[in-house]
Design a protein around this ligand. Structure first.
Ligand code: BTN
Length: 258
């Protein structure tokens, strides 16, 4: 382990199938201590949510996994970690845009549960894989794919990169450093004042207060995101005016937003 980044031990790999898999396969090793970052210049089989693949450009984007060994985090509290990670990435994207283009926070949102969008285009995806012992999380592998400098985007038409948005290449190490510092910040806030994390996440929520096309149990409807509940379910104002919360098992945004 040669270097540290923002106080985090760093393992740098030239090429790997997936940084999440690399970490998950080595969780039994004590060297992989809490806070270790595994960074790859290239992933040949990057994993995305819902069994999808994550494609990124070698040497241009950020693909990394953060290994966490939480103390006493119950499986039911998993979404607290997801919010912290999403806020860290969200704030770094805001900062990159603000510095380069003077764009405000209004341009960047978190699409439930944890994609980061600029406008309606995805700039980052997060995949958190947990190792459980009974009801407790013994380790988490937090995988982040952030499109930094790629100009040919592979995640479909609805994606973008920081470079596309600001018009010039950015320093990947600086962006990574910023994400890690913000992760540390939001982790601390989540210990001291969890309600502040909830508020920041709700403020950043994409589509909040806007009628959106969603699919509930496979049926299409228009409903308005309100916020998320303590289980990480999205709370929606339904067409009949009631508010109801649904998890990913039942709810997703309509395919045009995928
Ligand atoms: C998504 O589908 O939006 C989540 C994408 C997560 C991609 C990152 S890249 C680094 C880490 N290693 C992986 O194989 N996946 C995650």
């Amino acid at each position: 382990m040669a270097t540290r980044l923002s106080g985090h031990p760093l393992i740098e790999l030239d090429s790997v199938d997936s940084t999440n898999k690399y970490a998950a396969d080595r969780l039994h090793l004590p060297e992989l201590q809490h806070g270790t970052v595994i960074l790859a210049d290239e992933q040949t089989m990057g994993r995305g949510q819902r069994e999808r693949t994550w494609v990124s450009a070698k040497g241009l984007d950020l693909t990394f996994s953060l290994v966490l060994r939480p103390q006493g985090l119950k499986a039911a509290g998993q979404f607290a970690l997801a919010k912290v990670v999403a806020l860290a990435v969200h704030d770094s994207v805001v900062e990159a845009l603000r510095t380069a283009r003077g764009l405000g926070v209004g341009a960047v949102h978190i699409k439930w549960p944890n994609d980061v969008l600029i406008g309606d285009r995805k700039v980052a995806g997060i995949l958190i894989q947990n190792e459980l012992a009974g009801e407790r999380i013994t380790a988490s592998v937090v995988g982040v794919g952030l499109n930094v400098n790629s100009t040919e985007l592979h995640q479909g038409l609805g994606s973008t990169s920081l470079r596309n948005e600001v018009g010039h290449p950015l320093d990947r190490a600086q962006v990574l450093n910023d994400v890690l510092a913000r992760f540390d910040h939001w982790s601390e806030v989540s210990q001291l004042d969890p309600a502040a994390v909830d508020r920041a996440y709700a403020d950043a929520l994409w589509g909040r207060g806007r009628p959106m096309a969603v699919e509930l149990d496979g049926a299409s409807l228009i409903a308005t995101p309100v916020d998320v509940d303590g289980h990480g379910r999205l709370r929606l104002r339904m067409p009949d005016g009631s508010e109801q919360a649904f998890g990913l098992d039942r709810l997703r945004f309509a395919p045009r937003y995928q």
